[in-house]
Design a protein around this ligand. Structure first.
Ligand code: PLP
Length: 342
């Protein structure tokens, strides 16, 4: 899929479409949120304020939301699944766990966002994009006498033993993106060899994908494999962490949104969906320290957002790696061949 990142954005007024905040409550909405807690809260609070619809929000990692939506399929409790990597959204779409929807906002979206919508047969849409990489603690790397790591290969250095953190791909969309990225970048056998070698340096597989960025910023680990924008969060606040786009090339995510099949508050879920695609709603990411590239062409790109156009991005096959069979197969193989190693 070709990415065309739109630069020089401007915010358009979209309030007219949704009106101003009503005086009385308009029912409720159960939101499963897949990004950082702070952005999840900013979105739910702003939507409540604008519409009077009461939002019950829970933050979970992408694989966890997928598992919850699947477990609740016979008695759905959630209405909208907003955020998190696109692969589990695509898997849910294929398994009929989410609803088809076509928003009037589609006309304003980037091609990569609509490609996700088409791949999901209208059951998921792209809301932001971000590239995978890592962040390293500049002091710890210096103390170890290492040159700044620039490539995936650099993370295999034995001097980094027990000093790399990454999440578990079963729970985390970030870590599944790593798994699918190395398989596409290196081929499956070499990709698994890489993960096997990396395992020797991994001190722990965290539940949440962004946690290793915080650990690297605090000096609890020398390297955290994360979405680059998650490392930027700590770099811009002056922590000793440097974000890296790996030299061999890297994968990326199309963060997505889906309406849950059997949603009890379907009309409110559609209202949220339309609103979440507006420039005004997409502009809420940056103040909540989330520096992805938004999917609405008229939404501002945060100045802190890593420049994806300057990176060597692989041609990530979202259809294949978001398919139920492939995602299940790779996760099972990772459990058996990587996590189970001593
Ligand atoms: N945090 C941010 C800012 C993200 O963009 C994403 C992915 O969409 C995540 C976290 C993913 O979280 P996890 O890897 O825990 O599923």
């Amino acid at each position: 899929m070709q990415l065309k990142f739109w630069l020089g954005a401007s915010v358009l007024a979209t309030a007219a479409m949704f009106g101003s905040a009503p005086a009385s409550a308009q029912g409720s909405l159960v939101m499963y949120c897949g990004v950082q807690e702070e952005w999840c809260r900013a979105m739910s609070t702003a939507f409540e304020k604008e519409t009077g619809i009461k939002v019950a929000m829970t933050r979970k990692s992408a694989g966890e939301v997928y598992a919850q939506v699947k477990a609740e399929a016979s008695n759905p409790r959630g209405d909208i699944w907003w955020g998190g990597t696109g692969d589990p959204h695509l898997q849910a779409a294929e398994e009929g766990l989410t609803e088809e929807y076509e928003s009037a906002m589609n006309k304003d979206l980037q091609d990569w966002s609509l490609s996700q919508w088409k791949a999901a047969k209208k059951r998921a849409i792209g809301i932001y994009a971000g590239a995978l990489g890592f962040g390293f603690n500049t002091q710890l790397i210096k103390e170890k006498g290492l040159a700044d790591p620039k490539c995936w290969a650099d993370l295999l250095n034995p001097k980094l033993k027990d000093d790399v953190q990454v999440a578990d791909p079963n729970s985390s969309g970030t870590a599944y993106t790593l798994l699918a990225t190395v398989v596409q970048l290196m081929g499956e056998d070499k990709g698994f060899d890489y993960l096997r070698a990396l395992h020797k340096n991994v001190s722990q597989y965290t539940k949440s994908g962004a946690a290793p960025a915080k650990a690297a910023s605090l000096g609890e680990t020398a390297v955290g494999i994360v979405f680059i924008h998650d490392a930027v969060v700590f770099a811009v606040q002056g922590d000793p962490i440097k974000p890296v786009a790996p030299c061999e090339g890297t994968g990326y995510e199309i963060g997505s949104m889906s309406i849950i099949k059997g949603a009890r508050n379907l009309e409110n879920a559609k209202k949220f969906y339309d609103w979440a695609l507006t420039p005004a709603a997409q502009a809420l990411g940056a103040p909540a320290k989330s520096y992805q590239v938004p999917s609405n062409k008229n939404a501002p790109i945060p100045p802190q957002a890593p420049k994806m156009s300057d990176m060597k991005l692989i041609n990530y096959d979202f259809v294949k790696y978001g398919s139920s069979a492939e995602r299940t197969r790779l996760l099972t193989k990772w459990d058996k061949e990587i996590k189970a190693q001593p």
